[in-house]
Every structure is written in structure tokens, then in C-alpha cells.
Design a protein around this ligand. Sequence first.
Ligand code: ADQ
Length: 478
Amino acid sequence: MVANRLPLHRTGTGSDGSWRASAGGLVTALEPILRSTPGAWVGWTGAPDDRTEPFVHDGIEVRPVPLSRVEVEHYYHGMSNRTFWPLYHDAIVSPEFHRTWWGSYLEVNQRFAAEAAAAAAPGDLVWVHDYHLQLVPQLLRARRPDVRIGFFLHIPFPPQELFEWLPWREEILRGLLGADLIGFQTAAAARNFAQLCRHHRLASGSADALEHDGRTVRAQAFPISIDFDWFDTAARKPETLARAEEIRRLVGPERRILLSVDRLDYTKGIDRRIEAFGELLARRLASVEDCVFLQIAAPSREAVHEYKHLRRQIDGIVGSVNGTYSTPGRIAVQYFRRNLTRAEILPYYCAADVMLVTPLRDGMNLVAKEYVACRTNGDGVLVLSEFAGAAQEMRQAIQVNPRDLDRMTESFASALTMDPAEAKRRMSGLRRTVRRRDVHAWSKSFFDVLRGGADGGGGTAEPTGSDIGEDDLTDEAD
Ligand code: ADQ
């Protein structure tokens, strides 16, 4: 596994402190695979100038890649989080393009490729993750033509008219084409990629068989998921249910709970969602007597200006809605700006009558799937943005356009008043989908296709039963 961050963080101080598994999108998804498959993980520890030597943790060989303070600034906060992140998320904030950041990105990608080349045994599978490391497939192939290389992009891949902004667009396409298999969250993203490769005359053919440099490269959708059984089991535990009851009692047992759980990121649509909740109250479609909105937001990327700004902006919107609508003992929006453990989040999922997942753009969004997995009684209503990758599979959710404030407000009202039988019917469909397409199915299908294409290069990768195309996903509806 090659990813920007190691799936661990140091506990305590000092360079020889012990390590604990981290939480978060990518780690949440890969943890089960790491526990069941022996292998090495190449990644950064998260601390600048950290020269930790390779070590073994819980059966996994860990190979830290050092980053200097300047590289953290240029490669990570800069090129990754201020160029690729906004560009690939519809340019919700303007991406910045700086040659110094690009130089650093190139250098750091070289270092990751060298470390991966050193870690892999002959013929190994190497799985590279995400937008921080888009050059690694090509750089690794140059060093180790014997290994099979998979790449998975966790965030959206933009359409041509946006991607073309990038001054280094051909370098990125070539970098990715170094892989044998490129996984995206949606079929639309795979199509965007294939179209760009053809446009720049770097490859010919369709997404599932791109001819490039005498090899066949597959670009395909593998919608990421969660460990459904883990959430389903944990949500049934007496201590989870007791805490869920306590949360209901504390907010007022007669109040219905609307919940959101996000990283504090401008892609997640937190501001518009709180505004829509304010409109719900303003239009008297609901009142603070009968409902409450709980927003849990984990601080994120606080070194980046846009994130500091977002934090202040959301503080302001929460204050404004609460100042206008709260009454003694009836706070309209309860906002928790902190990182919770999984065990702390679960009871909220269990307590929530309505889950609001309304990003402006999101690769997948695991929170929507986590909520569904926790609804062991088969009740609860999911409101889901059309612009989350999850919307492709989760057709029984109430789908909304987060930029359409009127409709979004009305969808919150519909969720609160949905007929219980209708809610159960929808939830049962959602649970079926997420249970069947869990994270194990996701990683297995990726590895199967990566292995299955091992025909020495040049062969045409045959579609397999594990393919998940857009049509297949659409069929899941109802
Ligand atoms: P993220 O943008 O981080 O991931 P998401 O898929 O929602 O988004 O995953 C967030 C994870 O963090 C969830 O497991 C959630 O439970 C957890 N989390 C959220 N708020 C938290 C809080 N306050 N405290 C503790 N934990 C919290 C990226 C992409 C997504 C894609 C994933 C996986 O942006 O689109 O789904 O990778 O590929």
C-alpha cells in the first residue's frame, strides 16, 4: 500500500513513542484489508522532518517516507490541498498553481516511488492511493516493470474543461497511465479520465481498455464502502443504545434529531445546510420545539487559509441561526467542532431520525453509508446530495441539489414528515445495497481485476463479474 499518510499515529511524545491506528476516510476503508492481508505500507508519519526507520506494527511492515518542513508546505498543503483538492472538487474555491509546489510534488512522488520499489518483492501487487501521489504509478513502473500497479483516486476526477486548467495536465495523465488499473469512485470519473487521455493523444480505446505505450490500462469505477457488519454489530450493543437514548433525553426526548457528521471542509456544504435548516424554521416547516439539528464537524487542514476562513464562517452561521430561533432550553443548532472516536459517533447515528449528507461535491462520502449501517431497526431517513459519489448507489435516499436552498429546505421537511412505512421501505433498500457492497467487496473486486489483468502486459483486460459500471449502479434503484 502506498498512500500519503501511514495508517498510524504516534501516541505520546518523543520519536520512539508507540503507534496507534488512525481514523479517517482512507484508513477506515483500508483497515480491514490490512488486518487480513500481509504487506507493507509506505507513507508519511504526519510530522515534518521525521526520520523514523521502518518498523513492524501489528503484522504490517511500515516504511515511513520523510518530508521536510518545506515539502509539507509545498507538496502537501500546497499542491495537494490547494491545487488538486479544489480543482478536482469543481473549483468550489479557486485552485492555485505554483511552479515551486509542482517541483516539490514531483520530488516527493519520486521518493514515494523509490520507497515502494524497495518494499515490493518480484511480481508483487502495489496499490497506490489518491491525489497526492498521481505520478507514482509511472515513476514506479520505470524502476520496477515487474510489479502490477493499481491506483485508486478517492476524490472526484474532473471533466475536461476543468482538468485543462492544470499547467501539468499531461504529466498527471502520464503519471496515472503508469498503472495497470486505475480505480475511480464513479463511472463518470473513469470516463472523464479516458476522454482526457484520448484528447491528449496519450491513449486510445475505451476506459476499460486504454492502449498506452504498448500496454493496456483499465480505468474503472470501484465505489468505496464501509465495513457494514462492524457498524451493524456495534450499533446493536447495549452501551451504544444506552448512549443514544441519553443523547435523545439531553436534547429533549420529544424533539426529532437531524444530524450531520463531516470533516470541516468547504466541499461538504456545511454552511448551506445550516442555512437551509434556518429556513426550515423561518418558514415554520418545523420548530425548535419539535426538532434539533446536531452538526458534528472534525477540524481539518487548519494550516490552510480557506479552512480557517470556513471555520469562522460556520461559527457565524451557527450563531446567527441560534440567535434568531433558539429559546430557553431549546437550542436550534448544536454544533460540536471536534474529532470524536468511532465509538462516540455511533450513538449519534443511532439517535438521529434524519441524516443530512449534502456535500457540494464528494468522491463517495462514507458517512452516508455509516448511518445506514447503524439503522438496525430499519428506520431513519437519509437526505443525500446528488453530488456525492454515494448518490449513484443510494437511490432510495432523498436526493438534493445543495445549491438549491428552497428544495433542500423542503427536502428536510419531507424527511421529518415521511410516512414511517415509506421510510422503512427506503432504508431497507439502502441497507441491502451497503451490506452487499461493503469494503471487503470493494477491495476484493479491485485486487481481482488488478491480478486478473496479469497477462504480461499488452493483453486486453477482459471485463470480469466484479465490474461495477454505472448501469449496474443505476439498476440498484428501488
Ligand atoms: P473524507 O473527505 O474524509 O474522505 P468521508 O468519506 O465522509 O470523507 O469520510 C469521513 C470519515 O471520517 C468517516 O468515516 C467519518 O465517520 C469520519 N468523521 C467525520 N467527522 C468526524 C468527526 N467529527 N470525528 C471523528 N470522525 C469523523 C475522502 C473523500 C470521500 C471518500 C473517502 C474514502 O473525500 O469522498 O468517501 O475519502 O474514499
